[in-house]
Every structure is written in structure tokens, then in C-alpha cells.
Design a protein around this ligand. Structure first.
Ligand SMILES: O=c1ccn([C@@H]2O[C@H](COP(=O)(O)OP(=O)(O)O[C@H]3O[C@H](CO)[C@@H](O)[C@H](O)[C@H]3O)[C@@H](O)[C@H]2O)c(=O)[nH]1
Ligand SMILES: [Mn+2]
Length: 753
């Protein structure tokens, strides 16, 4: 920095949360009290009480984990204007390599990808310090064609955005969501240019649309497209294309833009997104070797043009170099469905959990909207920052692979020598880049184990972030207003389930591997409370076991005419009632405080149960069956949609289903509880003359059964609907069979027991 930094670049401010702490504690003591009550009465009751005790111990345990995470929240406040003052000229700002990953032109429409790239090219940051790399795991000529066309449009779009200081630089958002009122008080010139820009953008959309319709760009695989001729997406050589080279290094030109589709061969593990991030790391090392790396998913456009400056505030702050490894921005979604019907917009989760752990070592790495330091991706630990010596370098790079150029560039990165040799075009470095994008390059190297993004889990982000934290690094949580990046949240039942299943699977894979955070706490530098936060997250895939068991208990008790909750006559009943009320008021207040509706709260409560009992249950099974070769964990890409008006407005947010077996458990639970609800309301278990009030099932079980039916209401509606909104007949039959078997088993055990 030219000037000594006088004003702070960022502040870490603790947030007060006294009321929340009180409620946290009340809930904790209620849970504890209930556990003691169970223990004291365990003798008088059978297995049901023991099971209930185990499940409730688990719930108490997760509550302790939650409490730990939420206890001391902090807010990072960043000051980009101080940074600009301190940097004097913008020439002082460091370079950033930007990675965008895409994998499938159908699930991830090229127009979405194009908008993300355009918004990135147009950020407020000196263009000669930026390079944007797009990795295409789909090796799709369509994606490439769209990017070529987009890079032409960018020549107009980027200067336009900068000239008029446009706020939202993803054209689809700018043209179709910007209120027209701003136009009335603008100049003629602006209006004219805006109109032209809109026409150009529509032209671009049209071209991409036509190509997508024909699923083929208008190119006949000649010239620039010849490499794409005859490629299969899982079997093809590397393709690297420099689409734009900012040769003169103009600060107000356009950033470099490079397309990469790494080599793939059948039967060669390519490690999904982690693999492509590693290929991007190597290729970019040879081409631009920036000290900072920003990575976004293809649907995450830049919504705040100062995003990079905000991140730099944190990363360049005085002590940061030896402390903060990465700056994570929250995942915020655009055009989210009203009231979050699928419970996947994660507002409350990020507001309270992420801010909470921001006070320990820092937020988890979320896979997108994150700035990393290149040298830490190469494995540098905090103790070595000040003393990068030959021995260390040798240590780290003995396993980087056999590219001399890569080793050299990596040593430069470690020693803080940034950038690539001057007056060399990107094109001239492409040959070396091809070599490191080969799928055989990683054989015998540490890529995916010690270097780069870590393999072995479908949530490579958590795994990689954990690896960084356990070396003792911290991370920072940047939450500028407006949000820096916006992406798509899944907008249908099946897509949500696919995503949640992948998460539960990946997280459980980490928990059960050598990378388990407990080991990292014991033997490495993961802090205790950070470790607990990881445990909270990584045990998502274990929750279905306990929740399923707890959902079976009331059903069993009603059929067997016994009880596992205190009866109305018992004062102990106040404990679960108080828990139920406090918990719901507590969670509701979180939704209201983050500006969401009561409906959104309800939807999230419901989806938390639905997701756990369906998608996460499948995640659990897929991890358990993997060692026996009975399942394979794959990264299934989430479907992304730009506009969600499929089938009219009233349709929106109504649960959608498909043939997937993932809907069987949910339907089964619903059918079981519908039956038991009827049974208990009509008191069908025992003849009316028989009054064994103290032992039979009571109000508690009936209420619980009814509450579960309410949670599964979308499934109930699904029983009677057709098409996307209906549960397929086959799923209903399977579920009915399972439900019948379960109820029959309950009845038998009750009679013999
Ligand atoms: O073989 C693959 C599969 C996926 N991707 C890319 O990975 C990104 C994330 O995939 P997506 O289907 O959008 O998954 P989400 O569940 O929405 O993503 C969240 O969860 C992932 C881990 O499961 C993280 O990698 C993401 O950053 C995080 O946003 C997308 O850009 C994909 O193009 C690849 O590059 N190669
Ligand atoms: Mn995504």
C-alpha cells in the first residue's frame, strides 16, 4: 500500500443478543429436565421410553451445538472507501483470478452462465487486475458459443455500466427488474444508450435461444469450434480458449476471459466440482497467477459492483495476512419463491448461525461467493507466512506434479511475487496450461488431498474449508448491503431433495472420514467451539435416524395403546408443552426479526422435518451402503431456472413431486399418521368400556400425530393431485405397503409384548 493505512478497512462488531440467550438457556433446561424425568421413570416403562430417551438425548445434544453457534455473534463491517484512499492509485490493488464453474448446459442454461460472467467482467475493480476463467465440465459447444457472443456484448456492456455507475450488472436483472422511474430523471444520452444496450442484450438472448433450441451453435464445428466436434461430455481432450486478452493491460478495458474444459476419460475419476476447481487453479497459475481467487457457481451473479473491494478490505486489513484465509459472502437468492415454500433460502440459518461462528475461527467455506488466498490453497499454514524458505517450498511442492512452469509459478505465489512475466500474451502460455488440465496430471500428486480443493465428498466446499481451518487459519464473513452475489435457489420438490440429499451425503462422508473435525481438534489446530460448529453441520445426515424413530413412537403407542409422553393428569406434561411453545415462539421470532413472514416460518419448520425424513434419510443410506458397493455418491447438479413462472402464479410454491423413491418415506409417514390419528380420535384401540387411562395412549400422542400430518400436508394434497403436483401412483402403493407392514408390526408386537 502506498499510504500507511490510517483508517480501519474493516471492523468486527459483537452483536447483542441477550433475549435470545435467555430463550436458548430456557429451552436447554427444559430439555434437560425432560431427560431427567425420563430417566427416573425408565424402569416403569418399556422399550418405547428407552427409545424416546435416546432420541431426546440426541435432540438435546444438537441443541447444545446450536446454542454454541449462536452465542456470540459478530458482524464484519467493511469500508471500501478507506481501502481506495489507502491504495492511492488503483494500481496498488492486488490481482484476482475469478473462477466460474458450470457442468451441464441443460440444467444450467447458458444464459444464466452468461449473465454471471457479464456481471463479473463489469465489477468496480481495475480490469487489468482481473481474469475470469470459466470451467465447463459439460464440454458444451453451446456454453462456449454463448460465452463468445457474450464477450462481444461485454465490449459494450462493461463500459456502459462503468460510465453510468449501474448498480446491478447482470443484464437480465438490470433490464427486467430495474424500476423505470429512474429513467425519467436521467439524461437523454443515457436513455438512448440504455435503449441500445437493451436491444443488444435482446439480440444476444435471441442468438443463445436459437442455439439452445437447436441444441447446437450455428458453427458447423469449423474454425473456432473445431475442437468441439464429436466430443462426449465425459470423454474428450482438454479445450482451453482465450476469449479475451487484455493485452495492453488497460485498467478500464475488459478483464481476461478464458474458457476451460479439462480433459475427461471414461473410468477416470474426475471429482466433480473439486476436480474442476483444481484444474482451474493450475491453469490460472500458469496464465495469470493472481494471489487471490474468487469462485462463484455459474448462477451467482455479482449484485454489488464493489464486491471485490469489500472482500479486499478484509483480506488486506492489517493483521489479516497471518490470520484470515478466506472471505466468505452469504448465499443470497434472487426471485426466491414467496414465503420460501421449500425452506431452502437459508435466511435465518445464515443470519444467526453463520454470524455466530464468524466469532470463532470464522464461517464455513460455502463453495461460492468466496475469496481465497492462492498460497493457502497450496497448503501454507499461518506459522509459515513470515518465513517462506526453500525447505518449506520443497515440502509443499514435492507433490504438485511434473510441470516445471507450475512449480515456478507456485513458488512465486508463496513468496508473494505476483503476476506473470510481463509482455507475454495469454495465448503464449496456453501450451503449458494444456498439460496441467490433463486428467492424468494429478496421478501421484497431492492435488485433492493436501493441495487445492479436497476430494472424497460431494460437499467439497466444507471439506476444503475444514482443511483450512484445521491448520489454524480464520475466515471472515462479509455481508455488505446490497448483497454481493445472488444465485438461484431450487424451485421444486425434486430439485430441493436432490440438493439436500447431496449435502447430507457429503457432510456425513466427511464426518466418517479421517478428516473428521474431532480429530482435527485433538491433533491439529481446529478450535473447540469451531469444531462443535462443524459437528453440528456434519451430523445432518445422522438426524433422520433419530427423527424417524421419534416419528414412529407416537404411531406405535397409539396402535399399541400405550404412551411415551406424560398423560394429561401428570404435571410433567407441562414440560413438553412448555418446550413446544417456547421453541415455536423462539423460531418464529427469528423469522420475524429477519423480515420474513409467519408463513415463511411455518414453511421452514415443515421443510426441516420433510427434508430430514426424506432427503437426508436417503443421504444416510447412501453413505451407509457405500462401503458395500451398494451405492455410489455422485454430485447431481441442481437445476437452475432464470424465471420461475411455470404454469401461472397461483401454482408457484405448491409442492412438486416426481417418480423418485425419495418421496416414499414421506408418503409412508403421512399414511401411518393419518391412520393412527383416525384410530386415536375414534378410540379404536380398545373397547369403550375398558378404561385404562393411566396406561393407554393419550392426548400427547394424538396431538403429535396430528402435528406430523400438518407437517406433511403438501404430501397429503399430493395424494389427490395429478401431474407435477401429485405423488405418482407407484409411490403411493409402495408407501401404503410399507405403512401397512409397519402398523401390522406394531399391532403384533403390542399383543405379544
Ligand atoms: O461435476 C461437476 C458438478 C458441479 N459443478 C459445478 O458446481 C457448482 C455447484 O453445483 P450446484 O448443482 O449448483 O449445487 P448447489 O447445491 O446449488 O451448490 C452448493 O453446494 C455445493 C456442494 O454440494 C457447492 O459446491 C456449491 O458451491 C454450493 O453453492 C455449479 O456451478 C456446477 O456447475 C461442476 O463444475 N462439476
Ligand atoms: Mn447452486
Amino acid at each position: 500500500m502506498a499510504n500507511p493505512i490510517s483508517l480501519p478497512l474493516y471492523e468486527k462488531i459483537p452483536r447483542k443478543n441477550t433475549l435470545q440467550k435467555i430463550l436458548d438457556i430456557i429451552i436447554f433446561f427444559l430439555l434437560l429436565y425432560f431427560l431427567i424425568y425420563r430417566l427416573l421413570h425408565l424402569k416403569n416403562h418399556g422399550t418405547t421410553w428407552l427409545l424416546a430417551f435416546i432420541c431426546e438425548s440426541w435432540f438435546t445434544f444438537t441443541w447444545v451445538l446450536v446454542l454454541n453457534m449462536k452465542w456470540n455473534p459478530v458482524i464484519f463491517k467493511t469500508h471500501p472507501n478507506h481501502l481506495l484512499q489507502a491504495a492511492g492509485e488503483t494500481d496498488e490493488l492486488p490481482s484476482v483470478d475469478i473462477f466460474v464453474t458450470t457442468a451441464d448446459p441443460v440444467l444450467e442454461p447458458p444464459i444464466i452462465n452468461v449473465n454471471t460472467v457479464l456481471s463479473l467482467l463489469a465489477v468496480d475493480y481495475p480490469a487489468h487486475k482481473l481474469a475470469c476463467y470459466v470451467s465447463d465440465d459439460g464440454c458444451s459447444p453451446l456454453t462456449y458459443y454463448s460465452l463468445v457472443e457474450a464477450s462481444k456484448f461485454a465490449q459494450l456492456w462493461v463500459p456502459f455500466c462503468k460510465k453510468y455507475d449501474i448498480q446491478v450488472r447482470a443484464p437480465f436483472k438490470y433490464f427486467f427488474n430495474d424500476p423505470v422511474i429512474t429513467l425519467s430523471d436521467s439524461t437523454k444520452e443515457f436513455q438512448h444508450e440504455r435503449k441500445r444496450m437493451k436491444e443488444e442484450y435482446e439480440e444476444l438472448c435471441h442468438k443463445i435461444d436459437v442455439a439452445v433450441q437447436k441444441s447446437m451453435p450455428p458453427c458447423d464445428f469449423i474454425g473456432d469450434f473445431v475442437e468441439f466436434s464429436g466430443v462426449e461430455c465425459k470423454n474428450h481432450p482438454t479445450i482451453i480458449k482465450v476469449m479475451w486478452d487484455n493485452k495492453e493491460g488497460l485498467p478500464d478495458g475488459l478483464p481476461h476471459l478464458v474458457y476451460i474444459s479439462r480433459e475427461k476419460k471414461h473410468k477416470h475419476p474426475h471429482h466433480y466440482k473439486a476436480g474442476s476447481m483444481n484444474a482451474l487453479t493450475r491453469v490460472s497459475a500458469l496464465m495469470t497467477n493472481a494471489p487471490y481467487i474468487l469462485n462463484v457457481d455459474c448462477d451467482m451473479f455479482v449484485n454489488n459492483p464493489k464486491a471485490i473491494l469489500h472482500a479486499m478490505c478484509v483480506l488486506l486489513g492489517s493483521k489479516s495476512e497471518s490470520e484470515i484465509a478466506f472471505a466468505q459472502f452469504p448465499q443470497v437468492f434472487y426471485d426466491g419463491l414467496k414465503d420460501d415454500p421449500y425452506g431452502n433460502q437459508m435466511v435465518v440459518l445464515q443470519e444467526y448461525m453463520a454470524r455466530g461462528i464468524a466469532g470463532f475461527q470464522g464461517p464455513f467455506y460455502g463453495g461460492t461467493g468466496c475469496f481465497h488466498r492462492r498460497k493457502i490453497i497450496y497448503g501454507l499454514s499461518p506459522d509459515n507466512v513470515a518465513s517462506v524458505n526453500g525447505k518449506l517450498v520443497e515440502d509443499i511442492f514435492s507433490k504438485i506434479g511434473n510441470s516445471k512452469e507450475l512449480t515456478e509459478s507456485a513458488i512465486d505465489a508463496l513468496e508473494g511475487k505476483t503476476g506473470t512475466p510481463a509482455n507475454q500474451s495469454l495465448q503464449s502460455r496456453i501450451e503449458a496450461a494444456y498439460k496441467v488440465a490433463d486428467c492424468g496430471y494429478e496421478y501421484g500428486t497431492s492435488w485433492g488431498t493436501k493441495l487445492g480443493w479436497i476430494y472424497g465428498s460431494t460437499t467439497e466446499d466444507m471439506q476444503t474449508g475444514l482443511r483450512i481451518h484445521k491448520r489454524g487459519w480464520r475466515s471472515a464473513y462479509c455481508t455488505p448491503n446490497p448483497p454481493a452475489f445472488l444465485g438461484c435457489a431450487p424451485s421444486g420438490g425434486p430439485t430441493t431433495m436432490t440438493q439436500q440429499k447431496r449435502w447430507a451425503t457429503g457432510l456425513l462422508e466427511i464426518l466418517l472420514s479421517r478428516n473428521c473435525p474431532i480429530f482435527a481438534f485433538l491433533f491439529e489446530k481446529l478450535q473447540w467451539r469451531q469444531c462443535l460448529a462443524y459437528v453440528w453441520l456434519l451430523t445432518w445426515g445422522l438426524r433422520p435416524v433419530f427423527e424417524l424413530c421419534y416419528a414412529a413412537l407416537p404411531a406405535y403407542c397409539i396402535i399399541a395403546d400405550s404412551h411415551f409422553l406424560p398423560k394429561v393428569q401428570e404435571p410433567a406434561l407441562y414440560v413438553p408443552v412448555a418446550l413446544f411453545l417456547t421453541y415455536n415462539i423462539y423460531t418464529l421470532s427469528e423469522y420475524l426479526r429477519t423480515g420474513q413472514s409467519v408463513r415463511a416460518w411455518w414453511n421452514n419448520q415443515r421443510m426441516a422435518r420433510v427434508t430430514t425424513l426424506t432427503a437426508w434419510l436417503f443421504g444416510f443410506f447412501s453413505v451407509m451402503l457405500k462401503p458395500f458397493g451398494l451405492s455410489e455418491t455422485v454430485f447431481e447438479v441442481t437445476q437452475k431456472e432464470q424465471s420461475i413462472d411455470i404454469g401461472g402464479a397461483d401454482d408457484e410454491g405448491r409442492f412438486t413431486f416426481n417418480e423418485s423413491p425419495i418421496f416414499v418415506p414421506g408418503t409412508t409417514i403421512l399414511l401411518v399418521h393419518l391412520t393412527t390419528l383416525v384410530v386415536s380420535l375414534l378410540k379404536l384401540q380398545h373397547p369403550p368400556a375398558d378404561h385404562h387411562d393411566m396406561h393407554g395412549s393419550g392426548l400427547g400422542e394424538t396431538f403429535y400425530s396430528g402435528w406430523l400430518v400438518l407437517f406433511f400436508l403438501p404430501f397429503f394434497k399430493g395424494l389427490f393431485q395429478k401431474g407435477r403436483h401429485g405423488i405418482p401412483k407407484a409411490t403411493i402403493y409402495k408407501s401404503a405397503t410399507l405403512a401397512f407392514l409397519f402398523l401390522y408390526w406394531c399391532k403384533r408386537t403390542a399383543m405379544t409384548g
